[in-house]
Design a protein around this ligand. Structure first.
Ligand SMILES: [Zn+2]
Length: 139
C-alpha cells in the first residue's frame, strides 16, 4: 500500500519493456500518472492528469492504455458500482479499498484490516481477494 514513487523515466520504460509494451510517450505519461497518485482515477481523470503534457490525447487512447496495463499486470481495474466508471490503481501491492460515499473517494485500506475465515482458506486455494468496503465517514 505504499505510494509508488517509481516515476523515474528509465524505470517506467523498463517496467513497460518488461511486459513487452512499447514505451510510447502516452504510455509513459499514463504509467507515471498511475504511480504518482493514490486517488484511483477513472479514465477521464487520468486523461485530465496527462493532458497538461499531452493535450491531444484522446479518451479512447487513455482507455486502451489503461486496459492494456490491467491485462499485463501493471494496473488494477476496480469497479465500485455497476453504473459508475471503472477506476485504476497503479499500486499492485496487496490491499483492500473503502469507497467513501459522501466524497466518492476510493481509499486504500491495509490488507490486515479484513480477515478471511480460515475454513474458506482450508477449502480453496485463493488466487485473489478483492474487497471494497462501502460507507460514509462518521462525523
Ligand atoms: Zn488502491
Amino acid at each position: 500500500m505504499q505510494l509508488m514513487t517509481q516515476t523515474d523515466p528509465n524505470e517506467l520504460k523498463a517496467a513497460l519493456r518488461e511486459k513487452n509494451i512499447n514505451p510510447t510517450i502516452q504510455r509513459l505519461a499514463i504509467l507515471e500518472c498511475l504511480r504518482s497518485t493514490r486517488s484511483h482515477p477513472t479514465v477521464e481523470e487520468v486523461k485530465k492528469m496527462v493532458e497538461a503534457r499531452l493535450p491531444m490525447i484522446s479518451t479512447a487512447t487513455v482507455y486502451n492504455v489503461l486496459n492494456n496495463f490491467e491485462k499485463n499486470g501493471l494496473a488494477r481495474a476496480i469497479s465500485v458500482h455497476r453504473n459508475s466508471p471503472q477506476r485504476f490503481d497503479g499500486d499492485l501491492s496487496p490491499h483492500h479499498h473503502l469507497f467513501e460515499d459522501s466524497s466518492q473517494s476510493l481509499i486504500d485500506i491495509p490488507i490486515e484490516s479484513v480477515s478471511i475465515d480460515p475454513k474458506i482458506l482450508e477449502q480453496y486455494n485463493i488466487s485473489g481477494v478483492e474487497i471494497i468496503l462501502k460507507g460514509v465517514k462518521r462525523a
